[in-house]
Structures are given as structure tokens and as C-alpha cells.
Design a protein around this ligand. Structure first.
Ligand SMILES: Nc1ncnc2c1ncn2[C@@H]1O[C@H](COP(=O)(O)OP(=O)(O)OP(=O)(O)O)[C@@H](O)[C@H]1O
Length: 315
């Protein structure tokens, strides 16, 4: 396995009784990468995260962490991993410091290095002011920071965060995202989420899972490209016939919007705007408006994760 692949999942399957929740999921996470694992509720994100962290046995398939087979050598393999589950395992009756000391022991950090490891996690997660407070009395945002601190206390090469901002208020969300970005400078991160902007703002690469299957893997730059315009809204005082617009190179669909505007959809590699403007001038269509439309990430997500019937029902 190449040195810079920190996690490799190969053909992971997981059944719950008859229900196949994860179907043949394979991917790599490389050093320095922030991978967004995106999918609607029930898509199989948590099940996959639990298999990657050794908390749930796959029905079949394999996971390697830093080249170590997770099923064959679970103890050694897990040392390279930090995990923040959807419901972090916090002890509300302990102080932050007591809890992190407990986590340091759980992660087999040698006794003479524990104080340093705790101080570093406290510093990096912005917990300095609250080390003596009971976890149960902290705000949800601070509790999430404590959850992240326990995930990084043993300096793992990969951190897996399952829905880290769910239930937080907008300011806390912004702070936790900022913290994740900082952590990403030293660790590879897998971020499982159903929140699209989270992926856009934090990740380098995204994978979309739907009904247990990976349906898209792309870089954030590639995703931005998919969002580029493939339609344009136009309005003419002297509109040509629909057939004329249909005959423009690249145009696939012409739809009147009822307010005098017309939407032209075209193939991504064949932008018809230059020809349209030229002909509008030459043939006196009296062009009054021309607005390129961008697909939102949300639309791409819906088009990938819903069937045509579902999209029509939602429209
Ligand atoms: N312990 C379980 N027993 C039976 N079915 C389960 C169990 N855990 C999950 N499932 C089912 O497996 C499928 C995938 O669930 P999973 O929790 O992995 O999805 P998810 O993408 O993490 O969704 P969410 O964001 O809602 O947590 C769902 O159909 C769910 O009902």
C-alpha cells in the first residue's frame, strides 16, 4: 500500500438483518486530506464510520489504517485513529481535566507523557478556561470541543468526526468548523455530515453516499465545476420561434417561464451564448435580459440522491 494512504476501505458491506445498510463501499484517505462523507439521513454514514473505527464489524470487506489490517491487528491499527462519534462518550460528572486524563490512559499514552498530551489537547481545542468545570455544566459547543479533544489526545494521524456540528447554534458551528480546519493542518480528517456548506467550506474532497452506496467522489474544485452554468434565462422584446432557439448549437431544452422570460438549457461543453447574442443582434430579436444560472450544490445533491420520480414530486 502506498505510504501516503492512511485509511483504505475495500468493499465494505454491512447488513442489519435483511437490510443492507452499506453496499460495497471502497475509498482511500491520504495524508493531509479532509474528506467529506456526505449523505442524507439513513444513507449509511454512521455505519461506515463505525466500521472504519473498529466499533462495528463489517459483514464483509476490509479496512487498513496506516497499512495495518483493522480486523487482524485492531489494537495497533486503532492507535492511528481518533473518533468523535455522533453521540460523544462524555462523562458529565467528571471535570474536563479528569475526563481527558481518563482518555489518555485509555489510549495507552505512557504515564510520563500524559500531562503533556492533555495540555496539548486542551490548548488546541480552546479548553483552557474550562479544565476544572464539570462536563455536564458546559455548553453543547464546549462539550463538542471536549469530544474532539478526546479524539486527538493520542495524536492520531486520522480523525473521524461524525456529524460534529449537529445541535450547535450558528456561532458554535462556526467555531467548531474553524477548529476542524486548524486540526486539518496536522491530521487527515474524515468528516461525516448531511450539511452541504460544511463540506464546501472545510473539505478537499467529497464522497456522496446514498442508500448505502457511494454515488459520487470528486474534489471540491470538481464539484464547483459541476455547479457551473448549464442554463441561461433570456428575455426578448421580439422573441424568435422556439424552434429557432432549439436550433442554437448545444441547446437541449427551451422553456417559457410565463413572465416573458425563456430558460435555455444546454450541454455543459457547448455554451450557446455567443451565437445567441450574435443572432439576436443580426435578426433583431431585441434582447433585454440574459442571466446565466448556476446550479447550487443542493441541486446537484438532490439530482444525485433522488430518483426522477422523487424530484418531480418535490418540484
Ligand atoms: N443498529 C441498527 N440496527 C438496525 N438497523 C440499523 C442500525 N443502525 C442503522 N440501521 C439502519 O441502517 C441504515 C443506515 O443507517 P446509518 O445510521 O448508518 O445512516 P446515516 O447516514 O448515519 O444516517 P443519520 O444521519 O440519520 O445518522 C438506516 O436504514 C438505518 O435505519
Amino acid at each position: 500500500m502506498k505510504q501516503d494512504v492512511l485509511i483504505r476501505a475495500e468493499q465494505l458491506y454491512r447488513y442489519y438483518g435483511e437490510n443492507c445498510a452499506v453496499k460495497g463501499v471502497s475509498f482511500d484517505v491520504r495524508r493531509g486530506e479532509v474528506l467529506g462523507f456526505l449523505g442524507p439521513n439513513g444513507a449509511g454514514k454512521s455505519t461506515t464510520m463505525q466500521m472504519l473505527t473498529g466499533n462495528l464489524a463489517p459483514s464483509s470487506g476490509q479496512v487498513w489504517i496506516n497499512g495495518l489490517d483493522l480486523l487482524d491487528r485492531p489494537k495497533q491499527a486503532k492507535r492511528g485513529l481518533g473518533y468523535l462519534p455522533e453521540a460523544p462518550p462524555l462523562y458529565r460528572e467528571l471535570t474536563v481535566k479528569e475526563y481527558l486524563a481518563f482518555c489518555a490512559r485509555l489510549n495507552y499514552i505512557p504515564r510520563n507523557q500524559q500531562t503533556k498530551a492533555i495540555a496539548s489537547a486542551v490548548e488546541r481545542c480552546g479548553l483552557k478556561e474550562v479544565t476544572k468545570r464539570l462536563i455536564g455544566n458546559l455548553s453543547k459547543g464546549y462539550q463538542q470541543r471536549v469530544g474532539i479533544a478526546q479524539a486527538i489526545i493520542h495524536s492520531p494521524s486520522v480523525i473521524i468526526l461524525d456529524e460534529p456540528t449537529v445541535g450547535l447554534d450558528p456561532i458554535q458551528i462556526r467555531e467548531i468548523r474553524e477548529l476542524i480546519r486548524e486540526l486539518a493542518q496536522e491530521h487527515s480528517v474524515i468528516l461525516s455530515t448531511h450539511i452541504l456548506p460544511e463540506v464546501q467550506t472545510i473539505c478537499d474532497r467529497v464522497q456522496i453516499i446514498n442508500q448505502g452506496e457511494l454515488v459520487l467522489t470528486d474534489t471540491i474544485a470538481g464539484l464547483s465545476q459541476r455547479m457551473e452554468s448549464t442554463s441561461v434565462l433570456v428575455r426578448f422584446d421580439n422573441p424568435p420561434a422556439t424552434e429557432v432557439l432549439m436550433s442554437l448549437r448545444g441547446v437541449e431544452n427551451v422553456a417559457s417561464q410565463g413572465d416573458g422570460r425563456i430558460r435555455l438549457r444546454y450541454r455543459p461543453e457547448q455554451d450557446p451564448v455567443d451565437e445567441l447574442v450574435r443572432r439576436a443582434v443580426n435578426e433583431n430579436w431585441r434582447l433585454r435580459e440574459l442571466t446565466p444560472e448556476r446550479r447550487t450544490l443542493e441541486e446537484i445533491f438532490v439530482s444525485i440522491t433522488q430518483t426522477e420520480d422523487q424530484q418531480e414530486a418535490a418540484a
